[in-house]
Ligand binder design. Structure first.
Ligand code: HEM
Length: 315
């Protein structure tokens, strides 16, 4: 083999080893999974909603400049980060839990495990703890050195007012299919949303169960500015259990967000909703597979980015 051919082979090997893998920390930090898991377990035991909040953090991380923990960065003198962006401000939760995980992981293997991987593991553990499916988390992501408010505000994270086409296109822009979008929306089987984000739906929309709308109206007043931050469960039936009731709710016109109910409103995704509402096994296995695909969005690998020591700031 000529030297040039040899170099090509090495480059190829280097690139393929730069992919994410389930055994990435087997030698360098064998305790990472148990360490993350014990912190997530105690945080969720203290407050069940935290499982939902940690799952959402991974989604919001991956949709803005890839799964690189950019969402965790506080503002610095050189950039304003994602935390105050429209979809995140007064909305994302769990940053302290991530700090706590990171400090425990640093104690067992300093400078080895990225914050982006911690988010991916914590999301999986949260789903499992709340009764959902498990999957082997792929690892080896590195952390970004910066974050951008404008990137997070650019519409890459779909708003709850989205049309079905918006939702489909925003997931497509991240390499995810319509089916992935529908199955990942099933994450709304856990967690809460603020009145300001579902007010229009419960007062003005017609594809909503009347008594469900009335119940929600009791804690979400019509007047804008009044009760805006009052919260309600995304899944009216079992808000702290990861199950397929989200889809049953949609069939009963009890989706909380406009963007939930639009998935079952006579359009192209109706049949998927019906099938997930009847088959929790297929929901669980498709959800696990789609989480792995979401976790693969544009990771930093190899020598790109860094392993942050503190998830809130670049080294
Ligand atoms: C399909 C497009 C999506 C839209 C439009 C959307 C929108 C929203 C909105 C508006 C909230 C409430 C935020 C607040 O009240 O401040 C929320 C909460 C939540 N979302 Fe989504 N979301 C989407 C997809 C996803 C995906 C893909 C996941 C995860 C895989 C996810 C996980 C969650 C969770 C777990 C919560 C509850 C968080 C908590 O209680 O702290 N969402 N989402």
């Amino acid at each position: 083999m000529s030297w040039i051919d040899h170099k090509k082979t090495c480059n190829f090997t280097y690139n393929s080893s730069a992919q994410l893998s389930t055994n990435f920390y087997d030698k360098t930090c064998p305790k990472v999974l148990t360490t993350v898991n014990s912190v997530v377990r105690s945080a969720v035991a203290k407050e069940k909603r935290m499982g939902a909040s940690l799952l959402r953090l991974h989604f919001h991380d991956c949709f803005v400049q890839g799964c690189d923990a950019s969402v965790l960065l506080d503002d610095t003198s050189s950039f304003t980060g994602e935390k105050t962006a429209g979809p995140n401000n007064n909305s994302l939760r769990g940053f302290n839990v991530v700090d706590n995980i990171k400090s425990k992981v640093e104690a067992v293997c300093p400078g080895v495990v990225s914050c982006a991987d911690i988010l991916a593991i914590a999301a999986r553990d949260s789903v499992v703890i709340l009764g959902g499916p498990s999957w082997k988390v792929k690892l080896g992501r590195r952390d970004s050195k910066s974050a951008s408010l404008s990137a997070a505000n650019s519409g890459v994270i779909p708003p709850p007012t989205s049309t079905l086409n918006n939702l489909i296109n925003r997931f497509k822009a991240r390499g995810l299919s319509t089916k992935d979008m529908v199955v990942l929306s099933g994450a709304h089987t856990i967690g809460q949303a603020r009145c300001t984000l579902f007010r229009t739906r419960i007062y003005n929309e017609s594809n909503i169960d009347t008594s469900f709308a009335r119940t929600r109206q009791r804690t979400c007043p019509l007047t804008v500015g009044s009760g805006d931050n009052n919260i309600a469960p995304l899944d009216v039936q079992t808000p702290i259990a990861f199950d397929n009731n989200y889809y049953k709710n949609l069939i009963n016109k009890k989706g909380l967000l406009h963007s939930d109910q639009i998935l079952y409103n006579g359009g192209s995704t109706n049949s998927l909703i019906e099938s997930y509402s009847k088959n929790s096994n297929s929901f669980n296995s498709d959800f696990a597979a789609a989480m792995i695909r979401m976790g693969n969005i544009s990771p930093l690998t190899g020598s790109s980015g860094q392993i942050r020591k503190n998830c809130r700031r670049p080294n």
